[in-house]
Write a protein that binds this ligand. Structure first.
Ligand SMILES: Nc1ncnc2c1ncn2[C@@H]1O[C@H](COP(=O)(O)OP(=O)(O)O)[C@@H](O)[C@H]1O
Ligand SMILES: [Mg+2]
Length: 251
């Protein structure tokens, strides 16, 4: 269902010593929705992402997945629950093939002797990786090609394809279009829309406001750790969004 809340942060705060990085932040992510998470440097975006993805524990507040209160002791817990996070550094391994990268850390093993020893099932991984990338609408031909041969945009597409292959609930993309050209950025935005069409929730962090205005359904603005705006994207103009982010609204 399109209006179903899949993931929610309720009153989440995080302090580092005397610094309040996040101050009672609320965030609801619906299925089939792309949320733009924006704010100036130091606003608390990365801290919120790290809490949502299990890399940080909140100092206070709760996380609810499908309405159930959850606690992640590590990023592996959140991954297990269907939440994929693509950090700014995509973590691809350039020397491996595209399909090996999609399966990095989750390799399919062929059952070996007595089911104990396993060999990597490259064939099955290649087929499944291609399916995953195709499903994501990513046209990267030749899954056996080494990632080092790909352009920046194609690498980012593979990283997002990997996230989409595994995500069952939510994808969090931290600055996925940074350092990409216009056409490559457009590809990444397109892939995000495909993820949304497949029923996932997407959180898109970017400083490139035209991308945020173009690709998202709702925009959440953080300033000094607080959520200061949360409204449909259609209610913002480039000018009004910039004013909310910088705190110059109403001037
Ligand atoms: N590990 C940390 N230790 C101390 N302070 C931190 C840490 N992580 C973030 N902060 C502080 O928390 C605030 C929010 O940072 P961050 O979440 O990285 O913001 P953003 O991603 O929006 O730029 C900043 O003042 C930052 O210096
Ligand atoms: Mg950050």
């Amino acid at each position: 269902m399109a209006d179903e809340v899949i993931y929610e942060a309720r009153g989440v705060s995080k302090t580092f010593g005397s610094v309040t990085a996040l101050d009672a932040a609320d965030l609801k992510v619906h299925a089939c929705e792309i949320i733009g998470l924006v704010g100036d440097n130091g606003a608390g975006k990365s801290t919120l992402v790290k809490i949502l993805s299990g890399a940080h524990q909140p100092t206070s507040g709760t996380l609810l997945l499908d309405g159930q209160e959850r606690r992640w002791d590590s990023p592996a817990d959140a991954l297990e629950a269907g939440i994929e996070t693509l950090y700014q550094d995509s973590g691809l391994c350039p020397d491996l093939s595209i399909s090996a990268n999609v399966y990095l850390g989750r390799e399919i093993l062929r059952p070996g002797l007595l089911g104990k020893l396993g060999l990597l099932d490259h064939k099955q991984m290649a087929v499944k990786a291609r399916e995953g990338l195709e499903q994501a609408g990513i046209g990267v031909a030749g899954g056996s090609r080494s990632v080092s041969k790909l352009s920046g945009g194609q690498r980012q597409a593979v990283a997002i394809g990997r996230a989409i292959t595994w995500a069952r609930k939510l994808i969090i993309l931290d600055e996925p279009t940074n350092h990409l050209g216009a056409r490559q950025s457009a590809e990444v935005l397109h892939v995000m829309k495909r993820a949304k069409e497949q029923g996932l929730g997407v959180i898109f962090i970017s400083h490139t406001l035209p991308h945020v205005l173009e690709a998202t359904d709702r925009i959440v603005v953080l300033r000094l750790g607080k959520v200061i705006a949360d409204a449909p994207t259609s209610t913002f103009t480039p000018d009004s969004l910039l004013k909310v982010i910088t705190g110059l609204a109403g001037t």
